[in-house]
Design a binder for this molecule. Structure first.
Ligand code: SF4
Length: 461
């Protein structure tokens, strides 16, 4: 093997360790110690457009600022970006930067919503027996104890509730209110079939150390609960907190140790989508968690011009594995508002999965899944019942989750051939295409639960 070949298979071991933040005019004199401080990161997070201008000065053009300003008038998410991520963006080419795309929308890149998009595409609210809890799978629940995050992703699947009202959408953002959590704990106590709790939101990074302990201890105290996962994008976008917020890390470590004493698993699920998010800071943060015995798994989202490329997805997978984060899932993008620019076709996902599988050990290879709209849950990407690549319609079943029901996922229209795009522009044609796809799976359309298709997609089949 020559040096170039060797480099190709080992360059996932390279971690950026330069003082990249000094490229941002306002932070050129910020020392490594300051940048490493989680309090400095929080205090200097970019939460308004005027901050973008203030910190970048002449490095950002008026046209770029105008593009962001126009986007924020229609975007469902507010801005919040840590200095760590903001400084990793290539401000010489922001339009094509995968990190900028994830956190700072440009109006010029936005596309109309798909006709069958949904505010709550995963039916988390519909499948919610008590406030803050979604109970879909027999033995697992999703617990949403807060609605804030250390960053706000432009593509958030819970944009209907996360991160406060925007110019275009009023939200019932409830922050973290521990008094309201007891009803969720009570539900879990009264449902002995539930063993698994995902603590998400919002983002567990924004829970105080005392709240991490309170939730962890309360859940571990419930006899039927065997597994809990704290979900946070934090390690990807704010690794300094792991390195310098000792109280928070100790709370996670203590809950994890308590879990082990009780024979129960306590892990972190994080959310890296681009290898560009992984630096020496991430590696050191993971070294700390790993040395404390904390298991971390990753859930990425497949996104156009962020990671829908074999080399990039392979690099993401291998870099994560190298720093002891298990690449667990890559999700097809949910069909939520204002996200068409991010979505890929199902075919792209299937092809990527094929290409990535075999590049590293199986346990470090992510499962590519589609969380099918309407609450069917996560399905293996190739387990559709039918997929028409021309119309972009796929049909799914979820026998253990919602027996007897059919679910639909739709490729983004702008990625279809021109004649298919024309068909999608005509409402009657949409119904014909959907009817055809459903009949390939269920020839007797009379047996399909039409009310659910009407509720989900407004479809009269
Ligand atoms: S961190 Fe998660 S919950 Fe928060 S904005 Fe991003 S995707 Fe949404």
């Amino acid at each position: 093997m020559n040096n170039d070949e060797m480099k190709k298979i080992t360059n996932h071991r390279d971690f950026r360790d330069d003082e990249f933040w000094r490229e941002i005019p306002a932070w050129k004199d910020v020392s490594r110690e300051q940048f490493a401080d989680h309090k400095w990161q929080s205090k200097n997070s970019i939460i308004k457009l005027k901050h973008v201008k203030e910190v970048l000065g002449s490095r950002v053009s008026e046209a770029t600022i105008a593009d962001i300003e126009a986007a924020l008038k229609i975007a469902p998410m507010n801005i919040r970006i840590t200095p760590y991520v903001f400084a990793l963006i290539d401000w010489d080419d922001p339009a094509n930067d995968p990190l900028r795309r994830q956190f700072l929308p440009f109006a010029s890149q936005m596309l109309p919503n798909h006709p069958f998009y949904m505010e709550d595409s995963l039916h988390e609210d519909v499948d919610s027996p008590v406030s803050m809890l979604t109970h879909r799978y027999p033995d697992k629940v999703l617990f949403l104890p807060l609605t804030t995050c250390p960053v706000y992703c432009a593509y958030c699947t819970r944009s209907r509730i996360i991160g406060g009202s925007t110019s275009s959408i009023e939200k019932d953002t409830y922050g973290a209110n521990p008094k309201l959590w007891d009803a969720a704990f009570e539900y879990l106590r009264n449902h002995p079939e539930i063993e698994d709790v995902v603590i998400s939101g919002g983002d567990s990074y924004n829970l105080q150390a005392s709240q991490i302990r309170h939730i962890g201890e309360a859940l571990l105290d419930i006899p039927n609960i065997r597994r809990i996962r704290y979900a946070t994008k934090g390690i990807a976008i704010f690794p300094m907190k792991i390195l310098t917020d000792d109280n928070w890390v100790q709370a996670i470590v203590d809950v994890q140790k308590l879990g082990r004493e009780k024979g129960k698993a306590v892990v972190i699920h994080t959310h890296f989508s681009s290898p560009r998010e992984i630096t020496e800071w991430s590696r050191q943060a993971m070294d700390r968690l790993f040395s404390e015995g904390v298991i971390v798994r990753n859930q990425a989202v497949l996104q156009s011009d962020v990671n829908n490329d074999v080399d990039i997805m392979t690099m993401l997978t291998r870099k994560l594995g190298y720093i002891n984060i298990q690449p667990y899932y890559v999700y097809m993008h949910d069909m939520v508002p204002n996200c068409e620019r991010f979505r890929t076709t199902l075919e792209e996902g299937v092809e990527l999965e094929k290409a990535v599988r075999g590049t590293t050990a199986g346990f470090n290879t992510p499962r590519f899944v589609c969380d099918v709209p309407g609450g069917g849950g996560k399905r293996n990407i190739a387990s559709y019942e039918y997929y028409d690549r021309e119309t972009g319609i796929s049909v799914w079943r979820a026998p253990e989750v919602k027996p007897g029901e059919l679910f639909l996922y739709f490729d983004p229209i702008h990625k279809l051939a021109a004649y298919a795009q024309k068909r999608w522009a005509i409402e009657k044609e949409r119904r014909v295409m959907v009817r055809d796809a459903l009949s390939r799976v269920e020839p007797d359309l009379g047996s399909i639960k039409k009310e659910t298709l009407r509720e989900r997609f407004g479809l009269n089949i």
